[in-house]
Design a protein around this ligand. Structure first.
Ligand code: FAD
Length: 464
């Protein structure tokens, strides 16, 4: 059917777009979601689904002292002066509500655990059962079905339409898109009485676009993103006057393995086990070179500075107490298992005496509770690396997340060059910029998507 009208048109069926659509539909608006792929989810569905929130029952149960200001301060520190304080306060302040919305309103089940990742000062990250964002996507799609709100697949939005008064009035799209053939012209239009929400995700897989902002990121640098994570909606929004920020701030995932494609299975071992409870060494020197719990930006740069993949090492105690099953990574030979340090050193061509002294020094520091070398805050449960077998993985960063994107305000309205809201244009999720600044902390993207997506939906309900 051609040229239909709705109150709201949402572009992108990931966490942010679906959250916006649910809020708008629950407020009684007519909504349609346009998704270019043949299935929902974007990067959301392949994510681990980990979401960060302060002051939860999980933290209380584990005796973790936490507050909204502490969460805000952690994100602000990682943003290194680039994040917008009001946006960060909005995400931190509404994070708990967003987490419980996924759990109690949508029915996502979370594991009975709370994790810490680099840059967070306390454990505050919750993982859905199944370690995947697919449960939240399924629940969001189900809720939209109950609300009789359509998600239309294979619809590639090409252009944002603006009326004579300068208000965004709809979108033009190609309605029979098959990835990756994006050359077709728009053959359909949908109008939006109240406005549109751009929730088209990041551009980590758009090599041409990302190289304009960081020319190191050519096609030889792998990505964890779906290959459909491209920048066309950033460009279409810019074409009608939207401003952009921090496009050069492209996050590399430091916990990735060069020995598998995409995100893979290695990050489970690296991020949840080796970085908090083990060490990283440069195989050329056999020595540690950084605080393994630095934020992703700092850690990725530290790894790149070693010039070659580095080795993450943990022992059996760390693996057992993490509670994670890393068998898939072992089966893929991404994580390797060794009965002693000698065979591990041989495998990665490390000078054994250097490795042994690095581990002995680290173990001594764990016993003393202070990392004199790099200032790592040892998490609860960290013990000396001493119990065989030992586990190891090669790490080399991959493009993971775009911190930059469309400039929005705390009401999810897209701003023009003069910092005024563009009437009828809203955005949420990874397509936006200015929240996480220099580095987005682990699990905070999903918090951001849900908080800002819901705000876009509720703001549209009140919009003229
Ligand atoms: C492997 C992996 C693991 C991750 N794990 C975590 C984690 O555990 N915790 C965390 O906080 N973050 C994680 N992240 C980051 C997080 O998942 C993403 O930032 C977030 O899901 C993005 O959601 P979104 O709704 O903004 O975009 P997406 O989920 O990417 O959705 C955007 C959608 O828009 C569609 N689209 C794009 N352009 C158009 C167009 N022109 N027309 C129509 N449709 C369009 C896309 O096809 C896509 O479906 C992970 C990321 C990856 C890649």
């Amino acid at each position: 059917m051609k040229n239909k009208s709705y109150d709201v048109v949402v572009i992108g069926a990931g966490f942010a777009g679906l959250a916006a659509a649910i809020e708008a539909a629950e407020s009684g608006l007519t909504v349609i979601v346009l998704e270019k792929m043949k299935a929902p989810g974007g990067n959301s569905v392949i994510s681990d689904g980990g979401i960060a929130a302060p002051e939860t029952e999980y933290q209380q149960k584990n005796g973790i002292e936490e507050s909204v200001p502490l969460f805000f301060e952690d994100m602000k520190r990682a943003a290194k002066g680039y994040g917008n304080d009001l946006l960060l306060k909005t995400v931190a302040g509404k994070a708990k509500e967003a987490f419980y919305w996924t759990k109690d309103h949508l029915g996502v089940e979370y594991m009975d655990r709370v994790d810490i990742f680099g840059g967070h000062s306390v454990p505050r990250c919750y993982t859905p059962v199944g370690l995947s964002g697919s449960m939240l996507i399924k629940k969001q799609v189900k809720k939209l079905k109950e609300l009789q709100t359509e998600i239309r697949y294979g619809c590639y939005v090409k252009e944002i339409l603006v009326d004579n008064e300068g208000k965004v009035s709809g979108v033009a799209f190609f309605d029979d898109y098959r990835y990756p053939d994006h050359e077709h012209k728009a053959n359909n239009k949908f109008y939006a009485r109240k406005g549109i929400v751009v929730a088209a995700g990041g551009f980590g897989a758009d090599v041409e676009f990302r190289m304009k902002f960081d020319n190191r990121l050519d096609k030889s640098v792998q990505t964890t993103n779906k290959l459909s994570s491209t920048a066309e909606m950033v460009k279409s929004s810019m074409a009608i006057g939207a401003s952009v920020v921090d496009l050069e701030k492209i996050q590399l995932g430091p916990w990735a393995s060069p020995d598998e494609y995409g995100f893979g299975n290695g990050p489970l071992f690296a991020d949840y086990i080796a970085l908090p409870y083990g060490i990283l060494v440069n195989p050329e020197t056999g020595k540690r070179f950084t605080n393994e719990l630095s934020d992703r930006g700092v850690l990725s740069e530290a790894i790149l500075a070693q010039k070659n993949p580095v080795i993450g090492i943990a022992d059996q105690k760390a693996v057992t107490q993490s509670g994670w099953d890393i068998q898939k990574a072992i089966d893929k030979k991404v994580v390797k298992v060794f009965s002693d340090f000698k065979t591990l050193a041989l495998e990665y061509d490390i000078e054994i005496s250097e490795l042994e002294s690095a581990i002995a020094e680290y173990n001594q520091m764990i016993d003393n509770g202070i990392d004199k070398q790099f200032g790592k805050s040892f998490p609860k449960g960290a013990t000396p690396i001493s119990q065989p077998p030992f586990y190891a993985m090669r790490l080399w960063p991959k493009v993971h997340y775009s911190m930059g994107g469309l400039v929005i305000d705390h009401k999810a309205r897209v701003l023009d060059q003069k910092k005024n809201p563009i009437s009828g244009l809203y955005a949420a999720g990874e397509v936006t910029g200015g929240i996480h600044g220099a580095a987005r902390l682990g699990s905070c993207a999903i918090t951001d998507c849900i908080v800002m997506g819901r705000i876009a939906g509720t703001e549209l309900a009140g919009a003229q």
